[in-house]
Design a protein around this ligand. Structure first.
Ligand code: SF4
Ligand code: SF4
Length: 421
């Protein structure tokens, strides 16, 4: 998170980066680590063991009929398998593969444009698309939004895709229509990418370059014309979002017959300089930082994701995931540390919140771990996760982190209640 006080100033207008940097292609790394989510009914990656040979684009699942899987981004040998738990308690098996340096492509993927193919091969595509809502009988998806906007300041993976891969997105749009049966496919872009977006075969809508207008909930309100009620998702309203990078990956796979196993990542160095790299999914952060000549000293801050919504992390051994759009490195001297100062009721967080949540009250309940009360009385579930409240907080309370943890804990409470009902 970047932090700066705007007390006494007008509401800040934070602008997205609108000129994607050229891509620096990184070589195949020595190892990749793929995080395989633990299936809901428990159990690790039982179908795989250390010493197994894997091919590039091979599907690695916990068991043959498991919905959870990863796609190997290299050819090589499984060298380690270990449990991994993320910041919110989600359990994974971390599968490390020693890469051979050359690709031997797996041929299980066939160019059949069905929802089963999407579920089986594209849930681990760059950009982390989700096709589960299309197979959910309780959801009725009528519109797909291909989002060409990036999800945080400084990041440009999606704009890069629109600018440079409009032909692949066009193929992706055709495949999406065929696989899902959804006719209305919209692509959202900033003004400067309208020309490229017009060639994709999707209905073009422009989005302002002011953060957070590119986030799905804002697009739902301003472009689709529907407000997503607290606790609901766009899918509950019949709208599914897919990133432009994911749409391009889909199109490229159906054109070439090869799944895309790379991810575009924007690296933001300590001086604010941005570099776009394309690297294999699973590449250790260390390799990416090294390639971009970004050094990391003790107490510097390493953030996965973007400056507003990203999560600080602790290890350069962690891998690039399909959803990793950015890596931000902040010098210790520039990264304002969070504090345990109390809220002084300045009201800045409420003024800047795009959904007008009484953040000052919400954070008190979250600090006290009263998650259900925070949802019932102070709109926890209405939060669209923009991070602006943290950005302006004079007391430097880690509000965004409290909110993310609160939502996660609330989800666990609801799941436990549903299971015992
Ligand atoms: S992150 Fe903060 S500012 Fe953004 S919607 Fe949530 S409460 Fe409001
Ligand atoms: S949490 Fe309190 S101190 Fe921080 S911005 Fe909101 S009102 Fe001000």
């Amino acid at each position: 998170m970047i932090k700066r006080s705007f007390l006494g100033l007008a509401k800040p207008r934070l602008q997205y980066n609108l000129v994607p940097d050229p891509i620096q292609e990184l070589p195949i790394p020595g190892t990749v680590t793929l995080l395989l989510k633990e299936p809901q009914n428990g159990g690790g990656a039982t179908a795989l063991k250390v010493g197994d040979a894997v091919k590039t684009a091979q599907r690695l699942a916990a068991s043959p009929d498991s919905a959870e899987y990863v796609i190997s981004s290299v050819t090589g040998t499984v060298s380690a398998m270990a449990p991994y738990i993320d910041a919110y308690g989600q359990k994974y098996t971390a599968i490390t593969i020693q890469a051979s340096g050359q690709d031997d492509w797996d041929d299980e993927f066939k160019k059949e444009q069905t929802i089963d193919t999407a579920l089986k091969f594209f849930e681990y595509a760059p950009g982390s698309p989700s096709f589960k809502p299309f197979a959910d009988p309780e959801k009725s998806i009528r519109t797909i939004v291909v989002n060409g906007m990036d999800q945080d300041l400084l990041l440009t993976a999606n704009q890069y895709a629109v600018q440079n891969e409009a032909a692949e997105i066009k193929s992706g749009v055709q495949a999406l229509r065929k696989m899902t049966g959804v006719d209305r496919i919209v692509i959202t872009v900033p003004d400067i990418l309208v020309q490229q977006a017009n060639t994709t075969g999707a209905e073009v809508k422009t989005v302002s370059a002011t953060y957070p207008d590119g986030l799905p909930h804002m697009i739902m309100k301003e472009v689709v014309g529907q407000v997503v009620p607290g606790g609901n998702t766009p899918e509950d309203q019949g709208v599914s979002f897919i990133s432009a990078e994911a749409a391009a990956a889909l199109g490229a796979a159906f054109e070439t017959g090869q799944l895309r196993v790379t991810k575009v990542v924007t690296v933001v160095g300590k001086d604010g300089k941005t570099t776009n790299v394309r690297t294999r999914i699973g590449t250790p952060l260390r390799d990416v930082l090294q390639a971009c000549n970004v050094s990391l000293n003790d107490r510097d801050r390493l953030i996965l994701g973007g400056a507003m919504r990203g999560a600080a992390t602790y290890s350069v051994d962690l891998p690039i995931e399909p959803r990793t759009d950015g890596i931000v490195v902040q010098d210790e001297a520039d990264s304002a540390q969070t504090t345990n100062y109390p809220c002084i009721n300045c009201g800045e967080c409420i003024r800047i919140c795009p959904v007008k949540i009484p953040v000052n009250m919400l954070v008190r309940f979250l600090e006290a771990r009263l998650y259900e009360d925070a949802a019932a009385m102070y709109d926890l579930e209405c939060c669209i996760e923009c991070g602006l409240c943290s950005y302006v907080c004079i007391s430097r309370i880690p509000i965004f982190q409290y909110i993310m943890l609160g939502k996660y804990e609330l989800g666990l409470i609801k799941t436990a209640e549903a299971a015992s009902a």
